[in-house]
Design a protein around this ligand. Sequence first.
Ligand code: C2E
Ligand code: MG
Ligand code: MG
Ligand code: MG
Length: 288
Amino acid sequence: NDARRHQAGFAIYTPELDLSRTSHLSLLSELRQAVEQNELRMFLQPKVCLKTGRVDSAEALIRWQHPRRGFVPPFEFIPFAEQTGRIGQLTRWMLLRAMELTRDLAAKGTPLTVSVNVSARDVQDAGFPEVLDALLAQSGGAPERIRLEITESGVMENADRALTVLHALRARGFTLSLDDFGTGYSSLAYLRRMPVSELKIDRSFVQGIHRDADGESLVKSTIELSHNLGLSVVAEGVETIEEWQTLVRLGSDYVQGYFASKPLAVEDFIAWRAARTPFLVEAAGSGA
Ligand code: C2E
Ligand code: MG
Ligand code: MG
Ligand code: MG
């Protein structure tokens, strides 16, 4: 995971932006301005239901369109926002956008559930459930339309405190998803205690799965385990038809990845959904 590698102190060079040359102080004040100056965007990536080809849910991914630096990818500023205590503001911004959008789409008769990534800071914050109450009141959105993606490492930091927050969120009607599954250190005991309804298999386990027998049995067991625990499964990072077909065969419930679509601006997502769904892929060997 790029975000985590960055956090661990590796310098990642990108042609657009070299943050090691940028003073953190200036980034901090620019991040503060990003919300006020309307530089943030919510992009959406479809999650395709493998049984029906329908797209009733999507993941919200933050984008920063900086006036001078250009596009700043999340792994360049999310870890920084977490370290400097600004992440809560970004989470609130994304949640409000997601609540407004799902409210509007439900009113138009084209309901959508939107998954929003929440950081370790958020799930360790005992005040986070009340933040969500305020956002619901402000937006008139429905908690059932919002899914919160959490990571194992975010919970493990202080599992008891996080579990209290997660149960409070669940009690309000939000659903929870365990993101990047397989990359963290959580035990099966915690998985059982977490009130999540969905598990997302990290793309590092998905990519090349059709030519990796060990990888395939790992994913197969994870899907069976999830189903036995009553969780639905999303496979992340599906880029090819071969990966897609393998995941159909292994019984994944949803698939997300570039093969169906990259993350899109909201208007583009809505147009994509209208034109391209049901998104159906022929089974392997049927002459696809
Ligand atoms: P994530 O939550 O695991 O999101 C999935 C990432 O995989 C996204 O990267 C998405 O664009 C990318 N992806 C999707 N399909 C494919 C594929 O087929 N191939 C490849 N190579 N990549 C694919 P993105 O948007 O750059 O976000 C990276 C990470 O940044 C996210 O990982 C999440 O941890 C974090 N992030 C993004 N938006 C937010 C946010 O609003 N709040 C917080 N706290 N974190 C965010
Ligand atoms: Mg996610
Ligand atoms: Mg993920
Ligand atoms: Mg990931």
